[in-house]
Design a protein. Structure first.
Length: 352
């Protein structure tokens, strides 16, 4: 079973009250089978492992899927038998946890102009946990992207065609609002890859579509964008150079305020928690590459989540403490259904 340390000391971590310094007043434990509902995570993960670990330990084993391969049949020739064509089982262990713990004296509670100061403390702590969980989720996605779904040495992706320019963390695509803007800047930029924001985004669905799918896997498509790129994509006009003003694409991209349905994606989210990767470029420049995450809801499963509250009164001080603990984890079941593109809005010179 996993062990979670509630207080590790150091920094600004609040010190836990010694066990002899408080008497438990109320202990409330509740099992909740959902991710934080005020984040986007419930809509980009699936819940196939939800609740399966309750009372059974902290390890989840997912049986391997059949991998039966057809053979060419020739009359009169011996047949070859596949022995145990199932893939290896996947094992996942719940190993993530966070907590908040605060103390409140009777004087603070009495004189505070805020009616429920203790509740405000918990709300503030919960907001911080939400943000940290989302940052952990981003790291999980970036660490488990299938090779075909992110740029190779030439910034190209696609399992079958290798035809979609999505950039890399050292050579991101410098994106523009329109073809006209990109053309005007072509002779002035040093960036090796350039593209119209909306055009690049429309390629991401094709990257996913080149992966093999079946009726059992796939799920709805999602994408998570840095705020500046989301706005640039909304303003994109991909019809300026084509001369085709009848397809309505310019109007569509400008008016779709919620960014839903663009490029074949069912759910598109903006996030200010996405951070750029900054590396050294050539000629004394730096490269600021922002990730654009995309995938399907079947790619990452959420195994379990335990949230519990504890509250106690101090024996040697006129006050009380409260804490809330989260235990959770995500598991990448199908890395072939998550991908990442790398974009930038700042010119740079690529390193040699």
């Amino acid at each position: 079973m996993s062990t979670f340390i509630l207080n590790q000391g150091g920094g600004n971590t609040p010190s836990a009250l010694p066990s002899s310094a408080y008497a438990p007043e109320v202990v409330s434990r509740s099992l909740k089978m959902t991710l934080r509902q005020n984040t986007f995570m419930p809509r980009v993960c699936n819940s196939k492992g939800r609740g399966e670990l309750k009372g059974k330990g902290s390890k989840l084993i997912i049986p391997g899927e059949p991998n039966v391969v057809s053979q060419i049949y020739t009359p009169g020739q011996p047949l070859v038998t596949q022995v145990n064509p199932r893939a290896e089982d996947q094992e996942f262990t719940v190993s993530r946890g966070r907590y908040v713990q605060t103390a409140l004296t009777k004087e603070q509670a009495y004189f505070s102009a805020i009616q429920n100061l203790a509740g405000l403390y918990m709300a503030s702590g919960g907001k911080d946990v939400n943000e940290k969980m989302e940052a952990e989720f981003f790291d999980l996605v970036l660490a488990n992207v299938a090779a075909a779904n992110t740029g190779d040495s030439d910034g190209l992706a696609g399992l079958k065609s290798l035809a979609y320019r999505v950039g890399t963390s050292t050579k991101p695509v410098l994106t523009f609002d329109s073809y006209a803007e990109m053309k005007d800047t072509a002779s002035k930029t040093d960036a090796p890859y350039t593209g119209v924001a909306a055009k690049l985004f429309s390629n991401l669905e094709s990257v996913l579509n080149e992966q093999p799918v079946s009726s059992a896997i796939g799920g709805s498509k999602w994408a998570i964008l840095p705020e500046w790129y989301a706005k640039q994509m909304q303003l994109s006009d991909i019809t300026l150079n084509s001369g085709d003003q009848s397809n309505g694409m310019s109007f569509f991209f400008r008016d779709i305020g919620a960014l839903k349905g663009i490029g074949g994606f069912d759910s598109i989210y903006r996030s200010n928690l996405l951070e750029p990767v900054v590396t050294a470029g050539g000629e004394d420049t730096t490269v600021e590459a922002w990730p654009v995450l995309f995938g399907t809801t079947d790619a990452i499963c959420f195994a379990d989540e335990l949230v519990y509250d504890e509250r106690g009164v101090a024996e040697t001080a006129a006050g009380e403490f409260q804490r809330r603990v989260w235990v959770y984890d995500w598991f990448v079941h199908y890395p072939e259904f998550i991908g990442v593109a790398w974009v930038t809005n700042k010119d740079y010179t690529a390193a040699a």
